[in-house]
Design a protein around this ligand. Structure first.
Ligand code: TRP
Length: 341
């Protein structure tokens, strides 16, 4: 008699992504990236990190840096990153990232790194501190991804070139030594909200914008959110509709759609015959309502440092166990003498 066998469960695809804990998390980060991460957690094996090693490529004030990292951790948990489903750790706690980054540096060409547009932009912005880490930043990012044999990486447009380089490094290494790293693909979310500046809606919303009215932070107070939306730049047509040349209104509609789940047609119908003043207040109120539970949960979590420590430590422990296998495999193939430690 033949033994009946349960079919093996299909392996979930692995997703890796990371965000830098370099300060405030904006509404743009939340709607454009973090909400997508949260939605992926059931369907995929998700591994998320706070990329604090990347953050020190720009000089940080120690106390502020430590505080930013803990706050970002608490805030992402508050947004819905769930450590019972996903791994979510602090990059510097998992030493394999720095180790594999060094190794990959030796398989990355100077010319390739020189072509990275982010390096060119950042070295212009921080001309007094064009350090080697800023230059080799993409090899560390490649290590982050390749350590977990990630299949998919959700990244914004600004990181696509780095992901392309990661693929080249992985293919080059595999070409020399045989299959070692999974070559990752970009993950393009089905619905991705790209949130633009409230003051110059042709530009992405960014916390480095000098005009504080241009961006909303996830932890902003309701009255500040309302004020910023009331001041948002629109156009002179005074009709809520999605159309080319109406960047300001298109952006507000995108934000309203992302927080309420309404379609653009529904939004146009809802504000038919109403002015921009009403619309801006409605968008602000919807944003305030959607952030209210996130802010409440953040306030609870940030007061519980022991719980945060437990979460990031347990995730780091598991991340180390997974990533160590990849580093050992790569080192064996290169020809390092196996350490007995
Ligand atoms: N460089 C990314 C950013 O600044 C953050 C990051 C670090 C990352 N490592 C990564 C993103 C690996 C995706 C995959 O946005």
């Amino acid at each position: 008699m033949q033994a009946t066998q349960e079919p093996a469960p299909a392996r979930k695809k692995v997703i890796f992504s990371a965000i830098q804990p370099s300060g405030t998390i904006t509404l743009g980060n939340y709607l454009g990236a973090i909400k997508n991460w949260v939605a992926l957690q059931d369907e995929y094996r998700c591994i998320f990190a706070l990329a604090d090693l990347h953050t020190i490529t720009v000089r940080q004030e120690p106390a502020k840096f430590r505080q930013n990292t803990l706050q970002a951790y608490a805030l992402l948990l508050a947004c819905g990153i769930d450590v019972t489903k996903s791994l979510f750790f602090i990059q510097s706690h998992v030493h394999t990232h720095a180790e594999l980054a060094w190794i990959l540096n030796c398989y990355t060409q100077f010319g390739e790194l020189s072509r990275m547009t982010q390096f060119k932009d950042k070295s212009a912005a921080h001309a007094d501190n064009v350090n080697a880490g800023l230059f080799t930043y993409p090899s560390l990012m490649a290590a982050d991804i390749l350590l977990y044999q990630a299949d998919l990486v959700p990244v914004g447009l600004d990181q696509k070139q780095h992901l392309e380089l990661t693929r080249n490094i992985a293919e080059r290494f595999n070409g020399i030594y045989g299959a070692t790293f999974t070559v990752p693909d970009a993950y393009i979310p089905k619905t991705g909200a790209k949130i633009m500046s409230l003051q110059e809606p042709g530009k992405k919303m960014s916390k480095s914008d000098e005009n504080a009215n241009a961006w909303v932070a996830v932890l902003d107070k309701p009255e500040d959110i309302l004020r910023k939306f009331k001041r948002a730049v629109t156009d002179s047509e005074a009709k809520v509709r999605y159309a080319e040349g109406k960047d300001g209104i298109n952006n507000l509609m995108g934000i309203y759609a992302a927080v309420t789940g309404k379609t653009f047609e529904q939004i146009e119908a809802e504000f038919d015959g109403k002015g921009y003043g009403d619309f801006k207040v409605a968008v602000a109120e919807a944003v305030i309502e959607s952030l209210r539970p996130v802010q409440a949960e953040y306030n609870r979590l940030i007061a519980d440092k022991a719980y945060l420590e437990q979460c990031y430590t347990e995730s780091a422990r598991q991340a180390l166990a997974i990533s160590r296998r990849t580093v050992e495999k790569a080192m064996r193939k290169i020809g390092f003498v196996k350490s007995a430690l």
